[in-house]
Design a binder for this molecule. Structure first.
Ligand code: FPP
Length: 240
């Protein structure tokens, strides 16, 4: 019997394998991404149902700009579609939307739709759904360094105040707890520039299943596995 009190507060997911899922079926990559959105909706719904506090999804990385222009356009259109069709659902379910990443590089209409959804869900306190868009972990750390140097130069911060807690205030995830668990489907065993600072002590969970096939049951399995793990953060938990 799994102890639910040991469930994670914050789960981060690298939604990978949409392209291969489509390829396996002789479909276009965009159809894989569309199926990926359906999986995403199920996981968001399930996370809310079980009372998860923070769910963070990697939707578009700073490296994804290397993809063909048409795929990028299709992904942005899917994101727009998602925001338009799900905003009411997010509101009804008391979900607060947060964006991690530099959205100033996105199409104006996508930026506006994102800002609208963030503004209209700002007061919600049921679950925080963070979507990483044009996000890169190294990029985020450099952005934080620039922000701190600027504040020091302008006399708003002192060098001796820069500790881990202080640094975290300059990250996109400011104010959020670090992920307890990172889930990566699709058989790849890497973190791909996702939340590099924040996952220093996160538990990692991998699966061979492509993201569009990922179900609420698999999500539960990941949470159950997490609940059985012994997190020591470099220390010791038991006396032998
Ligand atoms: C990785 O699969 C997936 C992505 C780069 C995009 C994920 C985006 C979505 C599921 C849709 C848009 C997001 C929202 C929030 C509506 P891949 O293309 O790298 O798969 P592959 O490794 O098999 O090629």
């Amino acid at each position: 019997m799994v102890n639910r009190s040991k469930y994670p507060r914050h789960v981060a997911v690298i939604m990978d394998g949409n392209g291969r899922w489509a390829q396996k079926r002789g479909l276009h990559r965009i159809q894989g991404h569309r199926a990926g959105v359906a999986a995403l909706k199920e996981i968001v719904k399930h996370s809310r149902k079980i009372g998860l506090e923070y769910l963070t999804l990697y939707a578009f990385s700073t490296e994804n700009w290397k993809r063909p222009e048409m795929e990028i356009k299709n992904l942005m259109n899917l994101l727009m579609e998602y925001l338009k069709s799900e905003l009411e659902e997010l509101k009804t379910n008391n979900i607060k939307l947060r964006i991690l990443g530099d959205i100033s590089a996105l199409r104006k209409d996508v930026q506006e739709e994102l800002e609208k959804a963030v503004a209209q869900t700002r007061e919600n306190d049921g679950m925080v759904l963070s979507v990483a868009i044009n996000y890169g972990g190294r990029d985020e750390i450099l952005r934080a360094v620039r922000g701190i140097v600027k504040d020091v130069c302008e006399g708003k911060a002192r060098v001796q105040d820069i500790d881990q807690e202080f640094f975290e205030n300059y990250l996109y995830t400011s104010g959020m707890p670090n992920p307890d668990l990172v889930i990566r489907p699709s058989g790849e065993l890497r973190v791909s520039n996702f939340l590099l600072w924040q996952i220093a002590y996160s538990e990692l969970w991998f699966s061979d299943c492509f993201w569009p096939d990922f179900t609420a049951d698999m999500f539960e399995k990941a949470l159950d596995d997490y609940a059985k793990r012994d997190r020591r953060y470099g220390g010791v938990n038991s006396v032998d």
